[in-house]
Design a protein around this ligand. Sequence first.
Ligand code: URA
Length: 255
Amino acid sequence: MDRNEAVLRELNLYPQWVRRNQPAPVAKEQPTPEKLLAVRPEPVEASRLGGGKADTQQSAMGIATLNPSYTGSLNWNELKQQVRDCTACKLRAGCTQTVFGTGDEQAEWLFVGEGPGADEDAQGEPFVGQAGKLLDNMLQAIKLRRGKNVYIANIVKCRPPGNRTPEADEIATCLPYLQRQIKLIKPKLIVALGKTAATALLGRDATLGSLRGTLHDYLGTPLLITYHPAYLLRSPMEKAKAWQDLCLAVSTMDR
Ligand code: URA
């Protein structure tokens, strides 16, 4: 099995089924990630790449607010140190270490998950467990690679006990770190992985199904929303929709 086939299999896009009495596709007509990327599944609302420069945004839930005195002027090293030393919420007491984020600090692509799990807590890096393997395959499907023009971070930097969903006050406390990361990275596109990341960034509750397929805005940076890889591992039939979302992300970046 070549790598393209492996990635297509991962995304439930392989094999291609053909109706009886119809000629089987010849090998060169089979989908490749590149060909599938040419598909533009859903129109984006508007292209806002390179758009607004807002420093703050008061959200409906009041949690997506940049607090300049907290992180606003920190450079990378200062920010890393501050996260490492943070005890601002109850999560730190229950985790092994903080998980800051990883990747290209000038990346155009920023992927944001929920929070570290057991593997990430042990290794100090986001998305290194099973969900991380799927995320790596999703990246590969659109010709991206962890660390190369890609940064990966989480909404909260400490593992919630038992992998529970982070609570609103924990998200509120931790979000300024991600906001500063975004300011420093200046990504062209943020991809929120899962409902927790999406609703934390948007500052409002909604179903993931209602949020995906539309270009949103996070403090002036275009924001797309897709399923969390851990959810896709549990619900593999949804991988086709995640693939649509990735296609939309690529077409948004190409504009
Ligand atoms: N799930 C997340 O949301 N983030 C990780 O880093 C790992 C699993």
